[in-house]
Write a protein that binds this ligand. Structure first.
Ligand code: SER
Ligand code: ZN
Length: 509
């Protein structure tokens, strides 16, 4: 999935560095030799790999006791910081001949100017490692605040990449998210026109939990969820040879760095923290405060914990640690596994609605791994199985649409997926009570994104691909109950035979 800007962005780099040497340079090295070094560097070293007439140049230099001052100006071909690293290597050799070492580097000024015509409407107010930003007349000027270690970490290149991404994001913002109808089921006769969550609350099938966007599911709803799982197992997972695994539900940052979620998950994550120490004495003030006030002193706690990641969000990313750094023999492919070991969490803010949109929800995550052909082929088989389930067992009205891939949306890159091979199909169903379509599951071919992110290889050297499909139990219930209602006698016969009698356990006075 590439999100390149349309044409390469013009840019100028202007770098002033001071090299602090171990001895007075002027005393030992002839000025002519340094001048010769600069000229030859300008002619070869600093233009190597760039088109004719392009690259970097030392535009001024100066020696003062132990200090060498350099100004390097470049275009985008040999960026000034890369030019400097090349130069430093050669200069170290030259000075070495005179037993002079380079003690340290001071970056006196680093100015990057970008052609920002395309970003006219996009205000860049702050950036990491940038102390001043000047945006005017179609140009964006950045004054960096960095030391030499930032060059090794490629911070200047990453800043530019970040700006290109922001530009792409701004371009896409105007366009609506990609949505294209692929398949539509037959129209169905709806048996219900109310909001099923309200109706379930009224019947005592579920209750709001103490947390936001969270429910306690009573025996009846739980039975319905487990019935969905059983149907999925009997009709799809077992026939297709799936094996169950247990994926972690706490997700450490390293996973989200590799999955790409670290680029954009922040506004939606449920964060997980651990105590800075488990020494009870360290926590005594918190305990005492609670005992005296009966209030949990959240502010005090915040100072005593550290964030280590978040709760399960997309469900499949932590699986990949199982394969991280490994090479698989081709003959085990395709591999098909699933996880249903716990909930997912998303901070939905104002978007909460019934069991359709929750902060805590439950999903069976289906994951397959294969060659490119196997992965694409398997997605087709899943589509057939799902159609059978929705048509012949749940008897619902639904449609399938080609949409912005879930992982691109979650990385904050809601771009269009031009390639039909990689991407997401959403399943949507009509909610008669609101006359709106609700996405209730997806099937995605994720390309080589995960094997690449987690360094998983195939013995033959062929590209390894993967796909995943999330079956939302609350969403299935929301759709099924919205169309069929809560009265079991109206449910399709095949579903009834699996669900059996709904348990009646509680009564309230
Ligand atoms: N991992 C996918 C998602 O988060 C499928 O569950 O949508
Ligand atoms: Zn997934």
């Amino acid at each position: 999935m590439t999100n390149q800007t349309e044409k390469p962005m013009e840019m100028t780099f202007e770098l002033h560095v001071v090299l602090n040497c171990s001895a007075s340079v002027g005393d030992k090295v002839a000025r002519e030799e340094l001048a010769g070094f600069v000229t030859s560097s300008n002619n070869t070293l600093l233009t190597r790999g760039a088109p004719p007439g392009c690259g970097a140049q030392i535009v001024s230099w100066d020696v003062l006791d132990e200090k060498i001052n350099l100004t390097i100006v470049s275009d985008r071909f040999v960026r000034a910081h890369d030019a400097f690293l090349r130069l430093k290597k050669e200069l170290t050799k030259l000075l070495g001949k005179y037993r002079i070492g380079i003690r340290g580097i001071e970056i006196a000024e680093y100015r990057i100017t970008l052609d920002w015509e395309a970003g006219e409407g996009l205000q860049i107010r702050q950036l990491p490692f940038v102390k001043a930003i000047n945006q005017a007349q179609g140009r964006l000027e950045l004054l960096l605040e960095i030391d030499e270690s930032a060059f090794d970490k490629r911070i200047p290149d990453r800043l530019i990449r970040l700006l290109e991404d922001k530009l792409d994001a701004a371009r896409w913002k105007g366009k609506s998210e990609h949505w294209e109808l692929l398949f539509e089921s037959a129209k169905k006769h709806y048996l219900f026109d109310k909001d099923p969550t309200a109706e379930m609350l009224a019947r005592g099938w579920l209750e709001h939990a103490a947390g936001r966007g969270q429910y306690v599911y009573g025996p009846q709803v739980t039975r319905i969820f487990r019935t969905f799982e059983k149907i999925l197992l009997d009709e799809l997972l077992t026939p297709l040879g799936y094996n169950e695994m247990i994926f972690p539900k706490f997700v450490a940052w390293d996973v989200w760095k590799r999955s790409g979620h670290a680029k954009g998950i922040y506004p939606e994550a449920y964060y997980v923290c651990t105590p800075k120490t488990r020494d009870p004495e360290y926590w005594e003030d918190v305990m005492d405060y609670f005992k005296v006030t009966n209030e949990v002193p959240v502010d005090m706690i915040l100072g005593k914990i550290e964030n280590v990641g978040g709760m399960c969000y997309a469900q499949c990313p932590p699986f990949w640690v199982f394969l991280q750094g490994k090479t698989l023999p081709d003959d085990i492919l395709p591999v098909t596994v699933f996880d249903r070991s716990g909930p997912s969490y998303r901070y939905e803010s104002g978007g909460l609605h019934g069991i359709e949109r929750l902060d805590e929800f439950h999903r069976v995550e289906i994951l397959w791994i294969g060659t490119k052909e196997q992965t694409i082929e398997h997605a087709k088989v899943l589509h057939e199985k799902y159609r059978h389930i929705f048509d012949d067992i749940l008897d619902i009205e639904w449609r399938e649409a080609w949409v912005t891939p879930w992982f691109m949306a979650q990385e904050g890159k809601a771009g269009l997926s031009e390639l039909r091979e990689v991407g997401t199909t959403d399943y949507e169903a009509m909610l008669p009570y609101s006359e709106k379509w609700l996405e209730f599951q997806n099937v995605s071919v994720n390309g080589d994104k995960y094997p690449r992110g987690f360094s998983v290889k195939l013995q033959s050297g062929q590209e390894l691909w993967s796909g995943c499909s999330g079956v939302g139990l609350e969403r299935w219930a929301a759709v099924f109950l919205a169309q069929k209602g809560l009265d079991a006698e109206n449910w399709p016969q095949k579903f009834r035979s699996v669900v059996g009698e709904l348990p009646e356990v509680f009564r309230f006075l």
